[in-house]
Design a protein around this ligand. Structure first.
Ligand code: NAD
Length: 368
């Protein structure tokens, strides 16, 4: 098999700043753990618009299709706010997601012990939390037709359509079951089957796939509104949650905030397995380009580094190395190192972006 490849797209704002720290981590894994990875880099978002007049070029798309995984920093910023929708930096993200057909969005909510007091919930509710939300990303109400604002009689009506085919539900369900098999073998599917036909179909299909293909996974179903309550009441009852695009958008944000700062949150978007068995994949921190702190060396690189950890686990089948990296981050946080976004009432040692990256590499080294 050819050497696994990674296309790095740093993007705009703090994207390039946090990516420098990811590069340090990648270099360490190559030098000290024999990681074989062919890394290349390209521009995207506003950076690409400045040079090419488009947020992502055809050449970059071709490279993204060819890469085993894409790692993206962030795109956008005030400089580009007034651009036409068609060339806005965010269009690059949408195009990558659509053309790579990344239908499963993985959003982990993991609470590092050292940050448990940073959550708005009590320590005992969040300490040790490790759940994964799988959100369907390419269909549902954000894409369904008909959509628009129409004249109806003497007023206007706004319409969006929730639409799911069986095959769309099947593929995201399988992605979630596969993840559950690698974790605690518990999957909770969330919809609103009580009031939506698309929810009835969703529940039936997920149950069928579970019965036929994943008898070892304990499957449960929950209405999405009840799920939202349970997520803040006792989130540790969950392992993997699978849900549609709209509910997933909301529930993954709720779950994310259980764990503290935007600067800590990674994500992965996966597609179908390719000929070499690896899924089409893009990894990115949940945060944006943070123009308010750009160029000041203040950005927390951990979300992007954790996104690389997800790539190790899901694209390169290096789960042990991913866990090694997560342990290094845990150790650095336990030592009290905090970028500005993590400095709460509990205090800590303030550090900048580069110091945080260096400390994580030192912790990797110490963990050998
Ligand atoms: P944002 O995530 O960029 O910032 C929100 C707040 O969180 C800011 O105060 C910022 O300083 C802070 N923050 C974010 N990431 C941080 C980090 N790693 N370390 C420390 N602090 C961090 O969201 P926004 O301000 O709403 O959007 C800014 C720009 O980013 C906009 O142009 C928006 O369109 C774009 N955006 C891009 C993405 C993406 O590329 N995936 C996602 C969201 C927003």
């Amino acid at each position: 098999m050819s050497t696994p490849s990674l296309l790095i797209l740093p993007g705009d704002g703090i994207g390039p700043e946090v990516m420098v720290e990811v590069r340090k981590v990648i270099d360490w894994f190559r030098a000290k753990r024999g990681l074989e990875l062919e890394v290349s880099e390209d521009i995207v978002g506003g950076a690409a618009y400045d040079v090419h007049g488009t947020p992502i070029t055809e050449e970059t798309m071709t490279r993204a299709h060819a890469a085993d995984a894409v790692l993206l920093g962030a795109v956008g910023g005030p400089k580009y706010d007034d651009l036409d929708f068609a060339v806005k930096p965010e269009r690059a993200l949408l195009r990558l997601r659509k053309e790579l057909d990344l239908f499963a969005n993985l959003r982990p909510a993991q609470c590092f012990d050292a940050l448990a007091d940073f959550s708005s919930l009590k320590r005992k509710v969040v300490a040790g939390l490790d759940i994964m939300i799988v959100r369907e990303l390419t269909s549902g109400v954000y894409f369904g037709e008909p959509r628009g604002i129409f004249e109806e009689g003497n007023e206007r009506v706004g319409i969006n359509t929730q639409r799911y085919t069986e095959s769309e539900i099947e593929r995201v369900a399988r992605a979630a079951f596969d993840l559950a098999m690698k974790r605690d073998r518990k999957l909770c599917s969330m919809e609103k089957a009580n009031v939506m036909e698309s929810g009835v179909l969703w529940r039936e299909v997920v149950q069928r796939i579970g019965d036929a293909e994943y008898p070892d996974v304990e499957l449960s179903h929950m209405y999405a509104d009840a799920g939202a309550m349970q997520l803040v009441r006792w989130p540790k009852q969950f392992d993997v949650i699978v849900t549609d695009n709209l509910f997933g958008d909301l529930l993954s944000d709720v779950a994310a905030m259980l764990t503290g700062s935007l600067g800590m949150l990674p994500s992965a978007s996966l597609g179908a397995p390719r000929a070499n068995g690896r899924p089409a994949a893009m990894y990115e921190p949940v945060h944006g380009s943070a123009p308010d702190i750009t160029g000041q060396g203040k950005a927390n690189p951990i979300a992007c580094i954790l996104s690389f950890a997800m790539a190790l686990r899901y694209s390169y089948d290096k789960g042990e190395e991913a866990a090694r990296l997560e342990r290094a981050i845990e150790a650095v946080l336990a030592d009290g190192l905090r970028t500005g976004d993590l400095l709460g009432p509990a205090g800590g040692t303030p550090v900048g972006t580069a110091d945080m990256g260096d400390a994580i590499v030192a912790a990797l080294e110490a963990g050998l």
